[in-house]
Ligand binder design. Structure first.
Ligand code: UTP
Length: 243
């Protein structure tokens, strides 16, 4: 199958410290999936390092555009780190890994012609890396968009704040948009997905799964359930977003 995998920066780098375990585990799992015949376009998020710099830019009174450019650069560093490490561990394993960080979806299309795995960070100001994942998925006609984040699915409100928040097993893109509209009116909104991503998911019809990436091995289960078309098991460990 052909996947786009977005790994949240909050998973890769939840804090500014040298913790490489999650990053290494994800790279190893991605290599194993490629060895099984899957192709994967990976998108890396910005996490704590991006937020650290974005706060500095705010203190300096710089613009949102400038903050986004710095955020994008941090995501690209994370993508490059993953690309180098994945290429290193994939050596002599019969698969091809691109260590070029793609700057747009056309580059992803090109890299996946000759490689099983390629990497991107952010693309343009004004959106998130979930939007990047959706744009890539549409460009390469992916089977699914896999969103590894630090919650185990989509809730009707932020589960980290509200103990009575309810998790959806499945949700339509239209309902996802409604939640986003309600939440974006409030401070500290529950941010899992952005409007650009919603729009692209809606028109492409490519299903997305939001799952808990704090355990990278959840990715193996998600892929297995997708291959077996076992949607019941899939929704036990994540939320399925479909059109
Ligand atoms: P994200 O907010 O998408 O990364 O990008 P993340 O860390 O994975 O998010 P979570 O919290 O784990 O879900 C980091 C920053 O990079 C900029 C934005 O400023 C964003 O806040 N960015 C990213 C863009 O401007 N354009 C892009 O295409 C991607």
């Amino acid at each position: 199958m052909l996947f786009v995998l977005k790994i949240g920066g909050s998973i890769l780098f939840p804090a500014i410290e040298e913790n490489t375990k999650i990053l290494k585990d994800f790279c190893k799992i991605i290599v194993d999936l490629a060895k099984k015949g899957h192709k994967i376009a990976v998108v890396a998020g910005g996490g704590a390092p991006a937020r650290f710099y974005i706060r500095i830019l705010e203190n300096l009174g710089l613009s949102s555009f400038e903050s986004d450019i710095i955020g994008i650069n941090i995501t690209k560093i994370h993508a490059q780190l993953m690309a180098y490490y994945t290429k290193k561990i994939a050596l002599n394993q019969g698969i091809h890994v691109s260590d070029h960080v793609c700057e747009n979806a056309l580059e992803v299309l090109r890299e996946l012609k000759n490689n099983d795995i390629c990497f991107s960070g952010g693309f343009y100001p004004g959106q998130s890396t979930v939007a990047v994942a959706s744009i890539i998925a549409e460009a390469i006609n992916a089977d699914a968009i896999l969103l590894a984040t630090n919650v185990d699915g989509v809730y009707d409100k932020d589960p980290k704040i509200h103990s009575d928040a309810k998790k959806f097993a499945k949700i339509t893109v239209v309902d996802m948009r409604k939640i986003l509209v309600e939440q974006s009116a409030k401070a500290g909104m529950y941010k899992l997905i952005d409007f650009v991503a919603i729009k692209i998911m809606e028109r492409s019809g490519i299903p997305a799964v939001i799952f808990d990436g704090r355990n990278p091995f959840n990715l193996c289960s998600i892929v297995e359930h997708l291959v077996n078309r076992d949607m019941e098991k899939l929704t036990e460990i994540g939320t399925l977003i479909m059109s």
